[in-house]
Design a protein around this ligand. Structure first.
Ligand SMILES: Cc1cc2nc3c(=O)[nH]c(=O)nc-3n(C[C@H](O)[C@H](O)[C@H](O)COP(=O)(O)OP(=O)(O)OC[C@H]3O[C@@H](n4cnc5c(N)ncnc54)[C@H](O)[C@@H]3O)c2cc1C
Length: 288
């Protein structure tokens, strides 16, 4: 691994200035789980790392019934999973976070680092997209709030400018009848990373779906909303047949990738099966 200088700014503004001054030769360091792998493999060779470790403002989880949830960028996956606030108001998020990787990564990796690395084979982005997340970004020009659908641009590419830092993830307050489910499919039990993921967030009255937001990740370059399937579910009583129909639309509409872990057709089929089961389980209707 190439030698590097380790910088520890005391404020977000100081960190932004370091990023702007050092340009491409520096990287932000949060938990280091993704960064260190990239550096060991010499895919990344920064001369400076700007650590966020001293920025206490980037830690913690708060909830307000009107404003919704705020998760500091430095919050660990394990902290999201065990947060009583997340468990009470966004159980699908807590359940997703509890399944990320393994205990070591969950206790070292941060939610901000996960989003900023923009690795497609991860869990939080799709789940957060279904929940309507917005990402708070801070740079020399001030603060901006970006919809997660605009924040994730492509494989390993985000909308962050060189001097910008993700400070917070925000979720809107759950509406009446809010419910949801996150499913991930692993090709083998030994794998940590999902081959496909489906997140469904709804507002429901029993079996009646008032509103649906559905996102697929891990099988696509970036997670995407499936708006045709969402429109099919909204305003209807969900049956096993409707779940099947929606899942077929999901599988047809995704931009499935083909790589060493799975062909496009295999991923499409797995997404169809996982989507059907996820919708059916959420609404408590039979699905084989
Ligand atoms: C063995 C292994 C298995 C894994 N399996 C899974 C899995 O099953 N599911 C899953 O979802 N994920 C998985 N991951 C990915 C894991 O979730 C991420 O590595 C982790 O969340 C990254 O967070 P970090 O704090 O360690 O980021 P770092 O490694 O510190 O940083 C990652 C990148 O983001 C940038 N960055 C970090 N924080 C910020 C910020 N606040 N603002 C701007 N840029 C920032 C860094 O510069 C760097 O480019 C796995 C990782 C490993 C190593």
């Amino acid at each position: 691994m190439r030698d590097f200088a380790f910088l520890e700014p005391g404020t977000v503004a100081e960190a932004s200035h370091m990023l702007a001054d050092l340009g491409d030769s520096c990287r932000i360091f949060a938990g280091g789980t993704a960064l260190m792998l990239g550096m060991r493999q010499r895919m990344l060779t920064p001369s400076h790392l700007v650590s966020l470790g001293r920025l206490e403002a980037l830690r913690g989880i708060t909830f307000d019934a009107r404003e919704g949830l705020r998760i500091g960028a430095l919050t660990l996956h394990a902290e999201v999973a065990r947060s009583p606030l997340v468990q009470a108001h966004y159980p699908m998020l807590a359940s997703m976070a509890a399944r990320v990787a393994n205990p070591q990564v969950r206790n070292q990796g941060t939610i901000g680092g996960n989003l900023c690395y923009a690795d497609p084979a991860t869990d939080p982005p799709g789940c957060l997209m279904a929940l309507g997340a917005r990402i708070v970004v801070s740079g020399r020009g001030g603060e901006r709030v970006v919809d997660i659908e605009d924040f994730l641009v492509d494989y390993y590419v985000t909308a962050l400018a060189q001097d910008e830092i993700v400070t917070q993830v925000r979720l809107p307050a759950p509406g009446a009848g809010a419910d949801g489910r996150y499913s991930r499919f692993l090709r083998t039990a030994a794998e940590h990373r999902p081959l496909a993921s489906v997140a469904v967030a709804v507002r429901r009255e029993g079996a009646f779906c008032v509103e649906a937001r559905l996102a697929v990740g891990a099988s696509t370059p970036i997670p995407s909303r499936l708006r045709r399937a969402e429109a099919l579910l909204a305003g209807k009583n969900v049956t096993a047949e409707l779940a099947e129909e929606a899942a077929a639309i999901v599988a047809a509409d995704i931009n499935a990738v083909s790589d060493m872990r799975g062909s496009e057709s295999y991923r499409r089929e797995m997404v169809r099966v996982v989507a059907r089961r996820t919708i059916a389980e959420l609404f408590g209707v039979a699905s084989e």
